[in-house]
Design a protein around this ligand. Structure first.
Ligand code: F6R
Length: 247
């Protein structure tokens, strides 16, 4: 039995799941102090495209964007900030520009600052209302790799070999993938009011199943989701096949 009974699984194809996630983000943008938590990677790209479409036709959402603060989950160490693969550059390109967020409202954890200062910055903004998450094929959330403490805070981490191999597709070569990152901790992520997890494709099936149905353990950081009171998982048929009857 999962420790939390408030995890909702919605099975939908990538387009529909991305639209639903964009609607959830739009809901936060309609509030007085919208504070969003952003992920980077293939799972969330279409969410930002869908949100940009929603915002472009809706003055109320545009006004929400002008009030919004957005906090990234993580950032690579060792890439110049203007490197196209840095998460700052990626989120400016995929989120801030299309949606209309001012660059100074986009926050990333930075190695220049003491890592824990990022948690304080999030708290000062009022806390993250909705945190988007992907899941690693090794069960990571953010860059909290297997072995991460479930109450960890924002910190410098070594990237798992599997994560580096998975992300080599963005860099063209494994050697070009940074060895380290700075990531919101699992405890930091669990502080967000709502978590929305996107998982697509069969490569995510094992990790997603273990996260939802397996024991809560540092060996599978995403299992910590079971300790959160409000989690929505949007997954396609392939990623959720082991979670469905007959799957
Ligand atoms: C990205 C992040 C990672 C990704 C995960 C899935 O900011 O923190 O946890 O969400 O690695 O990546 P994709 O979506 O590319 O499969």
């Amino acid at each position: 039995m999962p420790a939390s009974s408030s995890l909702r699984l919605i099975v939908a194809d990538r387009d529909e799941a991305s639209r639903q996630a964009a609607d959830l983000l739009a809901g936060v943008l309609r509030t007085e102090s919208p504070v969003l938590g952003l992920a980077t990677g293939s799972s969330v790209e279409a969410v930002y495209e869908e949100l940009a479409i929603l915002v472009s036709g809706d003055p109320e959402l545009q006004s929400g964007v002008s009030r919004a603060q957005a906090f990234a989950l993580d950032e690579y160490i060792g890439l110049p900030p203007d490197d196209a693969n840095s998460y700052r550059a990626t989120l400016l390109r995929q989120f801030a520009e299309p949606v209309g967020l001012a660059p100074d409202h986009l926050h990333l954890p930075s190695p220049q600052a003491v890592a824990a200062a990022y948690d304080d910055e999030i708290a000062r903004a009022g806390g993250i209302r909705l945190q988007l998450l992907g899941i690693g094929s090794n069960g990571h959330i953010g860059f909290n790799e297997p072995g991460s403490l479930l109450n960890s805070r924002t910190r410098l981490v070594d990237l798992d070999e599997r994560t580096r191999r998975d992300n080599a597709r963005f860099f063209g070569a494994l050697d070009a993938v940074p060895m380290q990152a700075i990531t919101q901790g699992i405890g930091t992520i669990l502080n967000a009011a709502t978590l929305v997890v996107l998982a697509f494709g069969s490569a995510k099936a094992e990790a997603l199943t273990a996260a939802i149905l397996g024991p809560v353990t540092p060996d599978l950081p995403a299992s910590a989701l079971q300790h959160h009171p409000d989690v929505i998982v949007l997954a396609d048929e392939e990623a959720s096949r082991m979670l469905r009857p007959g799957g």
